[in-house]
Design a protein around this ligand. Structure first.
Ligand code: MRU
Length: 369
């Protein structure tokens, strides 16, 4: 089965074609992003989502949004590009893939001191295409590196969606599952619904079913009980940002999963490309956790699910301490503790200087006031 392509260029190459994930699993709706408003709106509303996918869509979206400015004087073009880049970069705060991809695009603008705006736009398009291709290749390598960790008959628990829909390729957490299944191993996946936006039940269950892999959806609250009953063999999740310490920000509800896995002696793997590792954030407490609209909890999917008077907290992510992670599966290999991420060894990101001393950023308050 061909897996879905969550992000790609439109046929004429002028816009970014995404699968609008808000409509899944009911309908497969494609949507073309053209303006900077389109791109930012698609990212903030989770039309396109998942750490690698928003990095790729952000970079490609920047190009699409600049197409109608090609032909402007170069300096003016560069300043419009910088303004668009700043908006896209800030569309969501937690996944590091987005600012990293946008900074790579800004690097192209700074490096190109000669040439007109048409040439510069072409360079930006090439860079965005490279980001897309590299993401695809990294997903594949995560799959190759991780598939041996999934034995025949394994019952694998995942959370949220870290599959093809969350990347330009075959996913991160689901990549080893897909490749192990391709090897002929029988695998059963369990996914928590992933409240409040249900990426587990709407997206992960959809793409796995489409690929013919048996999947069982459980409410998030059922997970610890299933572990206790011996129904789960191992856990694999994705990540939005991995600090130098190995602390992992991922979809809210990941941390309880990791605690459950440790208590029940189950392996807990985190699969992510090198673009999700953030050596300048020293530890999890410095990761900015996105707080989303109260309405997602209060009246999710159009029904009142909490009284108007109740205060709502809706952090979109949580941080799992490094010590609860059995191993990281990246495009470079399987990394087990002690990690030397901050020292560069495992950590090096292609084309980027290794920063040996992580700088500490001030923590941002995450609990609504
Ligand atoms: O809010 P989302 O749906 O963008 O959150 C996505 C996740 O938390 C994923 O697990 C993470 O981005 C890894 S995706 C390969």
């Amino acid at each position: 089965v061909e897996l879905v392509q969550a992000v790609r260029w439109s046929d004429d190459g002028t816009s970014v074609r995404i699968i609008d994930q808000r409509h899944l699993p009911e309908r497969v709706v494609e949507r073309d992003l053209q303006s900077v408003d389109d791109v930012c709106e698609a990212i903030t509303t989770l039309s396109v989502r998942g750490a690698p996918a928003i990095g790729v869509a952000g970079a490609m979206g920047l190009v699409a949004s600049l197409a109608r400015h090609a032909g402007e004087p170069r300096d003016r073009f560069a300043s419009i590009a910088a303004a668009h880049a700043a908006r896209i970069r800030g569309a969501r705060p937690t996944a590091v893939n987005l600012p990293r991809a946008i900074d790579r695009m800004l690097g192209v603008i700074h490096a190109a001191s000669t040439g007109d705006s048409v040439t510069l736009l072409q360079r930006l398009r090439d860079e965005a295409s490279a980001i897309l291709d590299e993401d695809r290749a990294m997903c594949r390598r995560i799959g190759e590196n991780g598939q041996a960790l999934i034995p025949d008959g394994a019952r694998v628990l995942t959370h949220c969606n870290a599959g093809a829909l969350a990347t330009a390729g075959i996913g991160t957490a689901l990549a080893p599952v897909y490749l192990a299944a391709l090897e002929g191993r029988r695998i059963e996946v369990f996914t928590g619904e992933t409240r409040p936006l249900l990426q587990g039940s709407r997206l992960t269950a959809w793409e796995l079913s489409r690929a013919g892999i048996p999947v069982t959806v459980v409410s998030d609250s059922a997970v610890a009980g299933l572990m206790h009953r011996g129904v789960i063999d191992l856990c694999i999740v994705g990540a939005d940002r991995i600090a130098a310490s190995g602390d992992v920000a991922n979809k809210v509800g990941t941390y309880p999963l990791a605690i459950g896995a440790r208590y029940h002696d189950l392996p807990f793997y985190v699969a992510a490309p090198m673009t999700t590792f953030d050596p300048v954030t020293s530890s999890g407490e410095y990761i900015d956790i996105e707080e989303r609209s109260a309405d997602e909890v209060r009246c999710g999917f159009g029904r009142a699910t909490a009284p108007r008077e109740a205060r709502i907290l809706n952090p979109a992510f949580d941080v799992t301490p490094a010590k609860l992670v059995t191993a990281f599966i990246s495009d470079r290999g399987v990394h087990r503790p002690p990690y030397d991420f901050a020292e560069g060894g495992d950590w090096r990101v292609e084309g980027e200087a290794v920063r040996r001393t992580p700088t500490v950023r001030p923590p941002t308050s995450t609990l609504g006031s």
